[in-house]
Design a binder for this molecule. Structure first.
Ligand SMILES: Cc1cc2nc3c(=O)[nH]c(=O)nc-3n(C[C@H](O)[C@H](O)[C@H](O)COP(=O)(O)O)c2cc1C
Length: 213
């Protein structure tokens, strides 16, 4: 696991002794990966950590779709990016500018580093997560589930990045490969692998708390 430093943020890493909190601070959105595969037993532990997330009325509305074939990931990446781009164009000018900016933010470095994989950043493992369309809390549940997975992964030395663009998977030609039930939609994907970069910590906004007497 990477060494803790206090050079890049308003967080004083040296004062943190609790292992869970350290892992929370150490997790970064990683967008450059080594080719090393994630062992199947670790994949299972990551998914199990996701299953342990809280969910509204204990519905556990998530399903996981594990993709580790390089070609399949690359194909999904191209098809999803195309679908996101078309959606952007169709959505009108204001939305185009905002979303195009977001798309560039999401895939900025990836454009230069992984021309074959602008969405999944060359990661060797993609886990799509779907949830029930009928459940109004499902997206929140999936967010918690994904965070559990990313923290569990980090605690085992595996890096990750959430990929919201994966919500366009339903418009990808390869979507049927995932066998997502008609009652479900893909909310998110999380990519995993052994990172080949150590991103700086984005300084966190602090003036967002209201204490009430
Ligand atoms: C719901 C959600 C969707 C995201 N989608 C993408 C994405 O499509 N592509 C990407 O590269 N990063 C994506 N990110 C990662 C964020 O850009 C990243 O978490 C943020 O910049 C903060 O950086 P940090 O995770 O290293 O603290 C997403 C994050 C969240 C929570």
């Amino acid at each position: 696991m990477q060494a803790l430093t206090s050079t890049t943020s308003n967080i004083n890493m040296e004062q943190i002794s609790n292992e869970t909190i350290k892992t929370i601070y150490q997790r970064r959105a990683v967008r450059k990966y080594k080719a090393t595969l994630v062992e199947p037993s670790l994949i299972e532990q990551i998914i199990d950590a996701g299953r342990m997330a809280p969910s509204a009325i204990n519905k556990q509305p998530w399903k996981f779709y594990v993709v580790s074939n390089k070609e399949t990931i690359s194909t999904f990446s191209k098809e999803i990016f195309r679908a996101a781009f078309i959606d952007t164009i169709k959505s009108g000018v204001a939305h185009v500018i905002k979303t195009a900016k977001d798309l560039m933010h999401f895939s900025n470095r990836s454009f230069h580093l992984h021309v074959d994989d602008v969405v999944f950043h060359g990661a060797p493992l993609v886990i799509f997560i779907s949830s029930s369309k009928q459940n109004e809390w499902a997206e929140l549940d999936v967010g918690m589930c994904a965070q559990n997975m990313m923290l569990a992964a980090k605690s085992m030395g595996i890096d990750s990045c959430p990929v919201g663009l994966a919500k366009f998977a339903a418009h990808a030609k390869s979507y049927s490969k995932l066998n997502v039930p008609a009652t479900h939609r893909i909310n998110l994907a999380v990519i995993f692998g052994y990172g080949n970069e150590t991103p700086e910590i984005h300084v966190r906004i602090k003036n967002n708390v209201v204490y009430i007497d």
